[in-house]
Ligand binder design. Structure first.
Ligand code: FAD
Length: 413
């Protein structure tokens, strides 16, 4: 391995989440023998976030299970993991990253995998004890402490994936749970009202109250701790725990400091290369050109971080890798498990075809645009995701009646 000073053989990765850790590992697997520096703001080794609103929050998965790789595997692979260190700025002319421990690292190639940070409420009472977001391992541990014993009054603000998953976990742990939805139907902006309604019914059936068209005015507290949430219409909901799941924003400060092109994220091509040929981006922070649809997509999902981290590493090595995976995500809430594959921007407002019974919560939903399947979601139906992805990838017109007919194998469409 080259010495610490050999900048021509140094690859720096900023952001030690799933995308960054995957990229570092892939560099070694592809035979890169140079220096790899992986800089991470958090004190922890890289970990997975999906369990933080599900099994880890519930206490059914232990701490060790959330890590991307064993703690000693980074050193074993010659990856310099700098934990608890923030990269402050990037100088693309001198190929230099400045770190908040006072040091600087020269790079030959730089990968930004800085992910996204949760939107935080800017409301009176937002700093009270019991009010929090769920993004980090520390957040999830704090929330678990609050929910584990049951019997708490929990208000989840936001009816997106994280808000609903936290609500389901809180309810399963025996708490009294209300979800505040800014819109009319949970998840409608992604799935449309009809499929979103399946999730509304799921939560209602498990005793979660979902309040549509609700906006929070302030959090009320006593002795420094939350006691209630006051809505814009004056309604006061008693609450000991207020969990905000109101979306996330990509960390763009480094990209901006480097003068990179920024759109809804760091604008990158299908090789995940930015407007600077020596700087790449992957994971939540990347707004990547998808070669199959000719659109830039920014995807805040686990599979995108995993696939994108590997593609970015190969691109940095000049191996011509292309990030053309069909976007994919999953969710688990109560006894409902689902997988979604496809292009949300193309599916929005499209025709929805059901195969199976939405009321029984066992079905596959397909979104069609111009007669072609652009997205599909299997709910409590398994081993069909490959077929759904194949339909999307083929991009041929399909007969909606055949799509809806469980007797017609998907592979035959
Ligand atoms: C609670 C929760 C549940 C989720 N559930 C699912 C799910 O069920 N299915 C699914 O598909 N996806 C899920 N996701 C989304 C998924 O976890 C993310 O898409 C994924 O974590 C993105 O990985 P990443 O590596 O791009 O970014 P991140 O995981 O955000 O990692 C980026 C890291 O970079 C660090 N960083 C930022 N700026 C700097 C800097 N200047 N210097 C040093 N370090 C920096 C950050 O602190 C962070 O640790 C969930 C997310 C959350 C929060």
């Amino acid at each position: 391995m080259p010495g610490a000073e050999d900048a021509s053989q140094t690859f720096v990765i900023v952001g030690a989440g799933l995308a960054g850790a995957t990229a570092a590992t892939t560099l070694r697997e592809e035979g890169f023998a140079g220096r790899i520096v992986l800089v991470g703001l958090e004190p922890h080794h890289p970990y997975l976030r999906p369990p933080l609103s599900k099994e880890f929050l519930a206490g059914s998965a232990d701490r060790d299970s959330v890590f991307v790789a064993a703690a000693d595997s980074y050193a074993e692979r010659g990856i310099e993991l700098r934990r608890g260190v923030r990269a402050l700025s990037v100088d693309p002319i001198d190929h230099l990253v400045a770190l908040d421990d006072g040091s600087e690292v020269h790079y030959a190639k730089l990968l930004l995998t800085t992910g996204s940070r949760p939107r935080r409420p800017d409301l009176p009472g937002a700093g009270l004890d019991g009010v929090q977001v769920v993004r980090t391992l520390d957040d999830a541990e704090a929330l678990h402490e609050r929910l584990a014993g049951g019997g708490r009054r929990v208000v989840t603000v936001g009816a997106g994936w994280i808000g609903l998953e936290v609500a389901a976990t809180a309810r399963t742990l025996g708490n009294d749970v209300t979800v505040l939805d800014r819109g009319a139907v949970p998840l409608a902006s992604t799935l449309g009202a009809e499929v979103g309604g399946v999730f509304a019914q799921l939560h209602a059936d498990h005793g979660v109250r979902i309040r549509p068209h609700s906006a929070v005015a302030r959090i009320i507290g006593a002795s420094g701790a939350a006691t209630a949430v006051e809505l814009a219409d004056g309604t006061v909901l008693p609450a000991d725990v207020v969990a905000f799941g109101i979306g996330a924003e990509p960390w763009l400060d480094l990209a901006e400091s480097a003068g990179l092109e920024v759109t809804t994220g760091i604008a990158v091509d299908e090789h995940l290369r930015s407007s600077d040929p020596d700087i790449y981006a992957a994971g939540d922070v990347a707004d990547a050109m998808h070669p199959l649809v000719g659109l830039r997509l920014r995807s805040e999902h686990w599979a995108n971080a995993l696939a994108g981290g590997a593609v970015a590493a190969r691109s940095m090595l000049g191996l011509g890798a292309v990030h053309d995976a069909i976007p994919y995500f999953y969710s688990d809430q109560f006894d409902l498990g689902m997988e979604y594959s496809g292009y949300v921007p193309l599916a929005q407002g499209g025709e929805v075809v059901f195969r199976g019974d939405p009321a029984a919560r066992e079905f596959v939903a397909f979104w069609l645009a111009d007669g072609r399947v652009v997205a599909g979601m299997n709910v409590n139906v398994w081993d069909v995701n490959d077929d759904v992805q194949a339909l999307i990838r083929r991009g041929r017109r399909v007969d909606p009646a055949a799509l809806a007919d469980p007797a017609v194998p998907l592979a035959e469409l």
